[in-house]
Design a protein around this ligand. Structure first.
Ligand code: GUN
Length: 291
């Protein structure tokens, strides 16, 4: 690979140390530890890995963390009861219900049940509305991880042609909003970029991708973007986490690394950044709730 590596693992280390220092400052000031309560329902192997990694990252940075593992047959009422307990618990500043949820549970109902002040995923419609209006309470973790990975590697999106492949509620849609928005003190992750969203109904995906100076791929399709679909000098961020024959592969084909100026690896790119921004949001929640 000739492209510069956008190393999320290294950057995550630096940012987690920043979080740990702020947590230590709060402890010295006699404040409660920021606390994250995570819930996983059922046995999805990828979800188990994510939740385990989140728990470990919290512990390493000095945050309190609780993981509640519920059986696959848990009812919606039981899950909503647990969320209500977290909403009322002063030790819990952030609540994360790992998605996807089993079929008998309405994901939207659960997302709406989380107190917006504790919605560190930024999935609640109130928080998405604040984000969309340029007054974010939280930034969603993966989109914010992408913005940090770009800026802290010296890649400034302002004025650039950005193409995002994927329009999910978790990544593509909020990231497009963030990158298109004006950067202000209240909205520091605003990108001031010219943003195009491509998706499964896009007529000529390759032609749209070739417009990009920054290409972000969050399509959920292994190696969907190949070397012929990008122009030399492009910066590529691969948000894909696909399991292919037991191996973790991204949405970007390895050959893109021979054309691009910079590329984030999978694993070791966006993944560690997502967890880092979750820690940041939990700390922000503690600051907002406890002062
Ligand atoms: N499933 C996949 N990514 C995420 C995430 O960032 N948060 C939650 N809660 N579930 C997910």
């Amino acid at each position: 690979m000739t492209a510069m590596r956008l190393d999320g693992k290294e950057l995550a280390k630096v940012m987690r140390a920043e979080v740990a220092a702020r947590v230590a400052d709060r402890t010295r000031a006699g404040k409660r530890l920021p606390g994250l309560a995570a819930v996983i329902v059922g046995e999805n192997p990828a979800s188990q890995v994510y939740v385990r990694n989140k728990h470990k990252a919290c512990q390493d940075a000095g945050l309190a963390s609780w993981v509640h593992h519920l059986p696959a047959e848990t009812s919606q009422a039981q899950l909503l009861d647990l969320v209500a307990r977290f909403n009322a618990d002063p030790q819990v500043h952030g609540i994360l219900v790992q998605l996807p949820l089993p079929r008998q549970i309405d994901e939207d109902a659960v997302i709406r049940a989380v107190a917006p002040a504790k919605d560190v995923d930024c999935f609640h419609p109130e928080n998405l509305g604040l984000l969309a209006s340029g007054h974010p309470r939280y930034y969603p973790c993966t989109p914010h991880g992408v913005v940090q990975l770009l800026r802290r590697n010296g890649v400034e999106p302002a004025g650039k042609e950005v193409v995002i492949v994927g329009r999910s509620n978790i990544v593509g849609k909020p990231l497009a909003l963030m990158l298109a928005q004006k950067r202000t003190p209240a909205n520091p992750a605003g990108g001031d970029a010219t943003v195009t969203i491509a998706h499964t109904r896009t007529r000529d995906l390759a032609a749209v991708c070739r417009r990009a100076e920054i290409l972000i791929v969050a399509a959920g399709s292994p190696r969907i973007v190949t070397a012929d679909m990008v122009v030399p000098g492009v910066v590529v961020v691969d948000v894909g986490t696909n399991s292919v024959n037991g191996k973790l592969v991204g949405d970007v084909h390895e050959g893109v690394g021979e054309v691009a100026a910079a590329l984030s690896p999978v694993p070791g790119g966006v993944g560690p950044m997502t967890i880092t921004l979750l820690l940041v949001n939990t700390l922000t929640a503690a600051e907002a709730i406890d002062g």
